[in-house]
Design a protein around this ligand. Structure first.
Ligand code: KIV
Ligand code: NA
Length: 266
C-alpha cells in the first residue's frame, strides 16, 4: 500500500516524475482522486464551483474548514492542502498564523496555500518557521481580480521578471511548492528551471514539475471552462440524462419498480 505523501516527500519530487494534483471539496470525490493523486487541494474555487458565487472573494474560513474536514475523511494517501480565503491572511503574519492554525487544527490537513509573491514572503516565512507548511500561488491570482481588472493571464514578456522575482521570494521564504497559474509556457519553464521547489502548473506548461486542475472542470461538470482546461469526461451530460430519465419514470409511475420496494415481513 502507498504511504501518505509528506511535505518533504512532495518537495523531493522536484525535477522527477510529474506531481499529480487535483482539487477536491467533498469526501467521495476526494476518495476517487486520492487513488491517483500526490496532492489534493481544497481550493477556494469551491466558492464558485460548489456555492455558485461569482468569484472567490466571498469564501470564508468556515467554508474552507468544512470542506477541508470532508476531504480529510475521504483521502488517506495524498497530501491535503487547504486554500486560505481572501481576507484571512493578508493583514499580518500573526493573523495569517492564527487562521492557518485553525485550518490545520480543525481539519487535520497537512498544509495551507496562499496567493501572493514577494509581498507574502514574510508571512510564508512566519508560518513555515512555526510548523505550518505553505504552498505558494503566483502568476494569475484570482483573489486579485479587482486590482487586476479580471482574470488576466501573464503573457507579456515585460511582466516575466516580476513573476520570476515572486517565485524566488516565495521559495526563499520556505514555501514547499508553488502553484503557477495562467502564465505563458516560456515563463512557466523558466520558473521550473530557476526555482528549487516544485512548480505546479495550471494554465501554464507541461514543463512544470506537476499539474493541477479543478476536478469539476476536468470531468466536464461545468458548462463554461477556461481555455487551459481539458475535459476528460462528460459528467454534465450524464447527469442531465439521469435526471431527465428519473423525471420521466416518476411521471409515468415506472419508478420505483418492485425491486426498489420493501417486501412485507411475515
Ligand atoms: O482554488 C483553486 O482551485 C486553486 C487551484 C486551481 C490552483 O487555487
Ligand atoms: Na485558489
Amino acid at each position: 500500500a502507498r504511504k501518505r505523501m509528506t511535505v518533504p516527500g512532495f518537495t523531493a519530487r522536484k525535477g522527477g516524475a510529474p506531481l499529480i494534483c487535483l482539487t477536491s471539496y467533498t469526501a467521495h470525490v476526494a476518495k476517487i482522486c486520492d487513488e491517483v493523486c500526490d496532492l489534493l487541494l481544497v481550493g477556494d474555487s469551491l466558492g464558485m464551483v460548489i456555492h455558485g458565487m461569482p468569484n472567490t472573494l466571498g469564501v470564508t474560513l468556515e467554508h474552507m474548514i468544512m470542506h477541508g474536514q470532508a476531504v480529510m475523511r475521504g483521502a488517506d494517501k495524498a497530501l491535503v492542502v487547504v486554500d486560505m480565503p481572501f481576507g484571512s491572511f493578508e493583514e499580518s503574519p500573526e493573523i495569517a498564523f492564527r487562521n492557518a492554525a485553525r485550518v490545520i487544527k480543525e481539519t487535520g490537513a497537512h498544509a495551507i496555500k496562499l496567493e501572493g509573491g514577494t509581498e507574502m514572503a514574510p508571512t510564508i516565512r512566519h508560518l513555515t518557521r512555526r510548523g505550518i507548511p505553505v504552498m505558494a500561488h503566483i502568476g494569475l491570482m484570482p483573489q486579485a481580480m479587482n486590482t487586476a481588472g479580471g482574470f488576466k493571464a501573464v503573457r507579456s514578456p515585460e511582466q516575466f521578471d516580476a513573476v520570476a522575482a515572486d517565485g524566488q521570494a516565495v521559495a526563499e521564504a520556505g514555501a514547499f511548492s508553488v502553484v503557477v497559474e495562467g502564465v505563458a509556457p516560456a515563463l512557466a519553464k523558466r520558473l521550473t528551471e530557476e526555482l528549487p521547489i516544485p512548480t505546479i502548473g495550471i494554465g501554464a506548461s507541461a514543463d512544470c514539475d506537476g499539474q493541477i486542475l479543478v476536478f469539476e472542470d476536468m470531468v466536464g461538470l461545468l458548462p463554461r471552462v477556461p481555455t487551459f482546461v481539458k475535459r476528460y469526461g462528460t459528467m454534465e451530460e450524464m447527469m442531465r440524462a439521469a435526471v431527465a430519465q428519473y423525471a420521466e419514470e416518476v411521471a409515468e409511475r415506472r419508478f420505483p419498480a418492485e425491486e426498489h420496494t420493501y417486501k412485507v415481513k411475515d
